[in-house]
Design a protein around this ligand. Structure first.
Ligand SMILES: Nc1ncnc2c1ncn2[C@@H]1O[C@H](COP(=O)(O)OP(=O)(O)OP(=O)(O)O)[C@@H](O)[C@H]1O
Length: 248
């Protein structure tokens, strides 16, 4: 497979997804390497969420192959999913549990042995800055802290791959800065894919950006040497819109 090395954490090739006859994702390749934060960027409807759901094993691709740490996600979904931590766009948190209760619950769902749960919860809580709120009800936390809880549940089992769908949506500027710092910190130990449509977010936290439009990759490169991601983005998206307009 192209670009595959022992350092490759995610190797998805030829990924497609149709919703009846609408092609949401079209023959997409996605690669993630150790120590890398990859931003999946694109306008609304570009296919980011569909791609994330396929990469996390929550949505079956119509076609394509996905290897997570070399394990085929479609052939061995349980084993491959152990390699992934996922924060969906709506964090799957229970408002009536305390942070500690919820993370213990998630640790058991992740099949972390009972004896190891307390350590796993403590480690994830510390990494996400949740020690001070561990006995508070999730429903009483700020949205920024709820997002931290969502990220903590994603890294409880210390997966090599962490996938974050729109991790800063709805946060205030201070919370946004804090969550971005947390993502950068996590990026040192895990490979991270985050989807967003916020250009400064990509420049703030990502090593590489893959821009999608209409389900296809239109740009895939490191951010080194990209003077203005905004210019790259708008040139690509508008040029394609013009081409489609001319053809119509
Ligand atoms: N369950 C579904 N049924 C039918 N069409 C869908 C479904 N989910 C997504 N789509 C369509 O597939 C395309 C890609 O959607 P997707 O949500 O993956 O894009 P996105 O880049 O995540 O957009 P956004 O930034 O708005 O979340 C869109 O045209 C969308 O309308």
């Amino acid at each position: 497979m192209a670009n595959y090395t022992p350092e490759t954490l995610v190797a998805a090739s030829g990924l497609s997804r149709y919703y009846s006859d609408h092609c949401a994702v079209d023959s997409l390749d996605v690669h993630l390497h150790k120590g890398e934060v990859l931003g999946l960027l694109g306008p609304n409807g570009a296919g980011k969420s569909t791609t994330m759901q396929m990469l996390t094993g929550n949505l079956a691709p119509t076609a394509g192959e996905i290897l997570i740490s070399g394990i085929d996600l479609l052939d061995e979904p349980r084993k491959a999913k152990q390699q992934i931590g996922y924060l969906p766009e709506q964090p799957p948190v229970y408002r009536d549990l305390t942070v500690s209760e919820y993370l213990h619950f998630c640790a058991r769902l992740r099949n972390i042995p009972a004896k190891a749960c307390a350590d796993a919860v403590k480690r994830a809580s510390t990494r996400c800055g949740l020690e001070q709120v561990s006995h508070r009800l999730i429903g009483n936390l700020s949205k920024g802290y709820r997002q931290r809880v969502g990220i903590a549940q994603a890294i409880l089992h210390n997966p090599p791959v962490v996938i974050l769908d729109e991790p800063t949506v709805g946060l205030d500027p201070i919370q946004i800065r804090e969550i971005r710092e947390l993502i950068r910190e996590l990026g040192k130990e895990h490979g991270i894919i985050l989807s967003t449509h916020i250009l400064p977010e990509v420049q703030a936290v990502c090593d590489r950006v893959q821009i999608l439009n209409r389900g296809k990759t239109v740009f895939n490169d490191t951010l080194e040497g990209v003077a203005s991601l905004e210019k790259v983005f708008f040139d690509l998206i508008f040029r394609e819109a013009e081409i489609i307009g001319e053809a119509a």
